[in-house]
Design a protein around this ligand. Sequence first.
Ligand code: FNR
Length: 373
Amino acid sequence: PPLDEVLNLHDFEAVARVVLPEKAWAYYSSASDDEITIRENRLAYQRVWFRPRVLRNVATVDWSTKILGQKSSLPVYISATALGKLGHPDGELNLTRAAGKHGVIQMIATLASCSFDEMVDAAVPDQQFFLQLYVNRDRDITKRYVQHAEKRGVKALFITVDAPQLGRREKDMRLKLVGDEATSEVQKGQAVPKDQGVARAISAFIDPSLCWEDIPWFQSITKMPIILKGVATAEDAILAYEAGVQGIVLSNHGGRQLDTARSGLEILTEVTAALRARGAFPSPAFDIFVDGGVRRASDVLKALALGAKAVGVGRPFIYAFSAYGQEGVEKAIQIFRDELEMNMRLLGVRTLDELRPEMVDASAIRSHVGSQP
Ligand code: FNR
């Protein structure tokens, strides 16, 4: 269908399912094991209801913000997703170009199909990037990669901490690879296992020994703010805060890692409560981000009302460029804008700062730990 018939982010998924080659669809859409967590990522947002305020003069509304000190036209950033060329010949450059045109921040993936420099070279003046890092067993490689990114002006380092091993995405594993179709730029020329799906093929270098004791080393090799991507409990949120990093992403990796892990939104209420009890929330020095299942501006506003600084979005943007290239990504950004304008008006907020926990009813979110009441 022509792009002007796409009305919402779900539509991109429906189109991508039809136009993508089978392997690309399997890699992008799959989640681990029984795919319970990926479903839960959507369901969690449906358990939170709005408590809108009225008569607040919402003639002018403004959804722009700053993320880690960088201007962003949306409280949404493009989260890292690997292997963009499976979906479109220009791969992640579609994201870079659309993000640059519309003032959105792109998190560059370690396992992008396009090279890091290709993306940064394609930036417009003042365009900002974050870097997603998979930590290599060879720390010299990681050090060089991080320092190169910092030198090229990347503004934050997101270390992925929920993937000591990649989850079993069975839809993906059933399809065998041929030739070089699933190698990321960083792995050109290296031997990769080809009989266990795309995810396994690209992830062999990731270091499963990564641990809290490594954090000071990262702090010693870069001045970029460090964010831990994939925190899933209050306990680890507190450890992150105590380690002196600048933030966390509450995430289950789009349902692709530990199946039946909770949704980021669910974790958020637990984390803010625990941090608040220690005087660490709200804090200008420690930001909380959420990703997974964000498909509507209403989802964004719920996460922000409950304490997130911004949210990450993955699949909708890759589906958008797979089907429509750069224009698709621009349209996805436009949809977020239009929906934010309408939803902020209907909710009674003029700026994102006016969002409050009282504007949602999150009583159906279970924020208790284990068997405690
Ligand atoms: C991802 N994600 C991811 N995360 C990461 O830290 N490094 C990576 O290389 C990738 N690669 C990747 C590929 C694909 C195809 C998907 C769908 C996801 C996870 C991503 O950053 C983000 O956490 C989720 O995608 C968010 O969920 P939604 O928006 O896809 O529901």
